[in-house]
Design a protein around this ligand. Structure first.
Ligand SMILES: Cc1cc2nc3c(=O)[nH]c(=O)nc-3n(C[C@H](O)[C@H](O)[C@H](O)COP(=O)(O)O)c2cc1C
Length: 320
């Protein structure tokens, strides 16, 4: 190992199932729109990749407001996959998003297998997209989403069907922490053709205004994100990496409460090859840029010439 790496010599690049990223930091779906509308707040071109909001076949207005509430250590949201729909995404949003010049991951959602397949098959033919991320873990819609992500048979069936129509793009499958055994789901989707896993989506949560006795969120409950869920993300990533992903050479995009460089490093030590920033974008849209610089400093301090060397390098605890 080179023991004298300087800031400029540090190699932050990562290879995600043949997708070359100049650094491991990207955005988490749904927290930076479709990309360009965020450019005035953060120079997204400096990121390793960008992930869009979930795209469905038709435009969706999402759930009625209020659909977000801040809690002590996190945010509960119940947006309900509001998005412009496939056609408008391709016509109005994709041309601008392509101009970012970094790998673009388009998140795909649907009510049923048919919708997921239609959206994925159409996007598969569009230039400038590196990967499709299947959202099988949204807790905020009554049909589709999480029902696929909590049942290994259904998850495999969905991924199999999408795999059959996606010929060009890499397939990322986004997992839910709202399960008894996330490893079982990870295993099922890898068997069915997932090439990259992303985890975690939000954890189901609820907050009640004690004065009015009403839930803050119109729909009652939502998905909890932000600092509160980071330890859950670390544990899920560590389990999935060690029990299935490492052996099968499947890279993990880790996410959940990442706000500082040390948080991203923690997820990488647990087994993530890349790390997405979500809720922290609302605290400071410059978060990903700060994290990238922080990764460089960490590498210099620890004499690590290449950031990818730290993936999965946590000291393993004593076997139970
Ligand atoms: C307001 C909001 C909207 C989100 N929308 C989506 C979405 O459309 N599709 C999706 O797969 N995940 C969505 N997520 C989940 C995030 O991508 C991420 O998995 C989760 O928030 C955990 O990361 P974080 O704690 O850094 O936010 C959303 C999260 C938030 C807070």
């Amino acid at each position: 190992m080179n023991t004298n790496a300087t800031m400029n010599e540090i190699d932050l690049s990562v290879n995600l199932a043949s997708i070359e990223m100049k650094n491991p930091i990207l955005t988490a779906s749904g927290t930076s729109g479709y990309g360009p509308e965020y450019l005035e707040y953060c120079d997204l071109t400096k990121l390793g990749a960008f992930t869009t909001k979930s795209i469905t076949l038709e435009e969706r207005l999402g759930n009625p407001p209020p659909r977000t509430v801040e809690t002590r250590a996190g945010l509960i949201n119940s947006i309900g996959l509001a998005n412009v729909g496939l056609e408008s995404f391709i016509e109005d949003k994709l041309p601008e998003a392509r101009k970012l010049g970094i790998p673009l991951f388009v998140n795909v959602a649907g009510k049923g297998i048919d919708e997921y397949c239609k959206v994925a098959q159409t996007l598969d033919k569009c230039d400038g997209i590196s990967a499709l991320e299947l959202n099988i873990s949204c807790p905020n819609v009554s049909e589709g989403g999480i029902e696929f992500g909590t049942n290994p048979k259904l998850a495999a069936e969905l991924v199999n069907a999408v795999r059959a129509v996606v010929k060009q793009k890499k397939l990322i499958v986004k997992l839910s922490p709202n399960v008894t055994d996330i490893v079982e789901i990870a295993h099922a989707v890898i068997q069915a053709g997932a090439e990259i896993l992303s985890l975690i989506n939000t954890l189901r949560g609820m907050a009640i205004d004690v004065e009015t006795k009403k839930p803050y969120i119109a729909r009652g409950f939502g998905g909890l994100s932000g600092p509160a869920i980071r330890p859950v993300a670390v544990y899920c990533i560590w389990q999935v990496y060690n029990k299935v992903a490492r052996k099968r050479d499947i890279p993990i995009i880790g996410m959940g409460g990442v706000q500082f460089a040390r948080d991203a490093i923690e997820l990488m030590l647990a087994g993530a090859s890349a790390v997405a920033v979500g809720t922290a974008m609302y605290i400071d849209p410059q978060t990903p840029i700060r994290i990238i610089e922080g990764l460089r400093e960490y590498c210099v301090r620890h004499n690590i010439p290449k950031i990818s060397e730290i993936v999965g390098c946590v000291d393993q605890p004593i076997a139970q």
